[in-house]
Design a protein around this ligand. Structure first.
Ligand SMILES: [Zn+2]
Length: 162
């Protein structure tokens, strides 16, 4: 499978170039316990050349396995961007390599704090300690949590550690 996505500039067609395909998910170069690439990078792009500027528009998509920040369950999460727009200066170049930019656009869409609910799954932690949510709105006002065991974080101590 191809590992890069490139646009050849030589004899570039006047009415644009369509690029559709898949590139190896290894290009994402992430493989840690919190996020893994589990699919190729799919793309459907249109490239147009305006004088010395190449404009690339279209969509990219890829699936990742993320780990829920709360219950540590792994779940699949699909990133799909359908309004991608990138532009490049083509002066002195024979091809434009889109790989790094496509990679970054997709990775930016990954949630910083993955939760089961993002993929429509029920988070197991809700079964264990009710509907307690770490991400609920913090209380307004200036009071800080009492240090004597009234903190919301104490609920986590009830959670069995593995
Ligand atoms: Zn979860």
């Amino acid at each position: 499978m191809q590992t890069r996505v490139t646009v050849p500039l030589e004899e570039f067609p006047e009415d644009g170039l369509s690029l559709t395909g898949e590139a190896d998910g290894a290009l994402f170069d992430i493989d840690n316990t919190g996020a893994k690439s589990v699919s190729p990078l799919g793309y459907e792009l249109e490239a147009r050349l305006y004088d010395t500027e190449l404009l690339v528009t279209g969509s990219v998509y890829a699936t990742f396995s993320l780990r829920c920040d709360r219950c540590l369950q792994e779940f699949d999460y699909e990133v799909a961007i359908d309004d991608l727009a990138l532009s490049y200066d083509t002066k002195g170049k024979f091809e434009i390599d889109l790989t790094q930019d496509l990679r970054e656009e997709v990775l930016l869409e990954l949630p910083g704090y993955p939760k089961c609910e993002f993929s429509g799954l029920k988070c197991k932690i809700n079964d264990i300690i009710g509907d307690f949510r770490l991400d609920k709105d913090p209380q307004s006002g200036v009071e800080s949590p009492a240090p004597s065991g009234q903190s919301v974080w104490d609920a986590l101590d009830q959670f069995p550690r593995k």
